[in-house]
Write a protein of this length. Structure first.
Length: 422
């Protein structure tokens, strides 16, 4: 199974984290106050939009300083009791190696406790997620990082006010799309042996609004379709400006336990419900390892597909609401929580459809190029296309000439090779 590029290319050092220089400086100063034995605060809150380097900066900081890490996610650790049970194991002790061996702080060993998506903690009378954080802060002898997309969700109310006073807040800003394109995506393309049009990389970066993780997910998905990344190929996936990457939305639906929360996620994506349905159909069996959970989940996906089909056939788009209800219900189809990270798959159906569209577009562009070169109509070009393709395959001189004058894309070359070899 191919490694998730967002993880594969996660920065290993704080200096490798692109952008947010002021935030990185503040984070390092806070960490050094721990190294000196006089921390300005036990906890920092890293606040900012998804995918702009908050978690990467925290992990890179720990690596730079030789600190061990306890990494928790609010979607897995939702209650006060569970949060305290896990986090306090490390927070109340001076330090441990990754193998669990105690190391005194006299030897400089620290353990960084990272709670990701801290703004998604349950806050009810019996669950008290923020009370759990406050309890950990009171007893902790180790540095703590809280990572949030929505600072207000974590710091509202009385408990939020207590947290705000006890934590240093560091703001992370969205990264300029050209910085993402040329300092991150271009390097990944080079590392993966991809041929990438700079305009295509800029398009990916702009469409994802500064979300580096979403950009890497999209680039990886495109690489499954073709080893040459062009603006036309980017358009094949049907991008639109969206507030939340569809991959992240599917993660929240499958990991979530709230019907209302999943409906909000689906609405916030501003994505075609049919696209979300394809992603769920591909990944419910990946996430829900219990056969009964998988069956229940796929039943909801099936019902969503029926509503989407009726909406399209009858042109009654109000039926989308019922389809979205069914997709959101996937989150409550499971009888137990599934922990750990799972590599979700790009929908096989969409890959096949994207390839077909790309090939249709390539055939059309090839005919236009030949029509201009030979001063023929597209109908006349269609009549001689097989003959031209045959020469292209069998005559190396003709191939070089055609490549030179037409600047053929990989898809256009594939069309000629397929027709010429028939």
């Amino acid at each position: 199974m191919e490694t998730d590029w967002a993880e594969k290319y996660r920065p290993r050092s704080l200096r490798d984290v692109v952008g947010n220089e002021e935030a990185k400086r503040e984070l390092l100063e806070w960490a050094r106050s721990w190294e000196k034995g006089s921390p300005e605060s036990k906890c920092v809150i890293l606040e900012g939009r998804p995918g702009i380097g908050k978690t990467s900066a925290a992990l890179a900081l720990a690596r730079d300083l030789g600190w061990s890490v306890i990494e928790l996610n609010a979607s897995d650790v939702r209650t006060e009791q569970r949060l305290k049970a896990i986090a306090l194991r490390g927070a109340e002790h001076e330090g441990f190696t990754d193998e669990g061996t105690f190391v005194s702080s006299l030897r400089g060993k620290r353990k960084l406790i990272i709670l990701d998506e801290a703004d998604n903690l349950y806050e009810t009378a019996d669950r008290g997620g923020r009370r759990g954080i406050i309890a950990v802060l009171e007893k902790s002898k180790q540095p703590i990082v809280l990572i949030v997309n929505d600072l207000y969700a974590l710091t509202k109310g009385v408990l939020g006010g207590i947290l705000k006073k006890r934590c240093k807040i560091i703001h992370f800003r969205p990264i300029n799309y050209k910085v993402i394109a040329y300092r991150i995506l271009k390097r990944v393309c080079e590392s993966e042996g991809l041929r990438c049009d700079p305009k295509a990389l800029e398009l990916i970066a702009r469409k994802n609004g500064g979300d580096v993780r979403a950009c890497l997910n999209d680039l990886q998905a495109l690489s499954m379709l073709n080893r040459e990344i062009t603006p036309d190929l980017v358009d094949v996936l049907g991008y639109r400006d969206i507030r939340e990457n569809i991959y992240a939305a599917v993660v929240k639906i499958l990991k979530g336990k709230s019907l209302r929360g999943s409906l909000r996620v689906i609405g916030d994506t501003q994505e075609d419900p049919e696209m979300i349905m394809y992603w769920l159909a591909e990944n419910v069996p990946v996430e829900y390892r219990d056969p009964e959970d998988m069956v229940r989940g796929m039943e909801f996906v099936s019902k969503a597909s029926l509503y989407l089909g009726m909406a399209k056939r009858r042109q009654v788009w109000s039926l989308w609401k019922y389809a979205m209800d069914m997709m959101a219900a996937v989150s409550i189809a499971k009888r137990r929580e599934y922990h750990g990270r799972v590599k979700y798959k790009f929908p096989e159906f969409l890959k096949q459809m994207s390839r077909l569209k790309a090939l249709r577009d390539a055939r059309k562009s090839l005919k236009l190029k030949l029509a201009r070169l030979l001063h023929l109509s597209s109908v006349q070009v269609e009549e001689i296309l097989v003959m031209v393709a045959s020469l292209y395959v069998r005559d190396s001189g003709f191939r070089r000439t055609l490549d030179k004058f037409l600047h053929l894309s990989e898809h256009e070359k594939s069309i000629l090779e397929a027709l010429g070899g028939a």
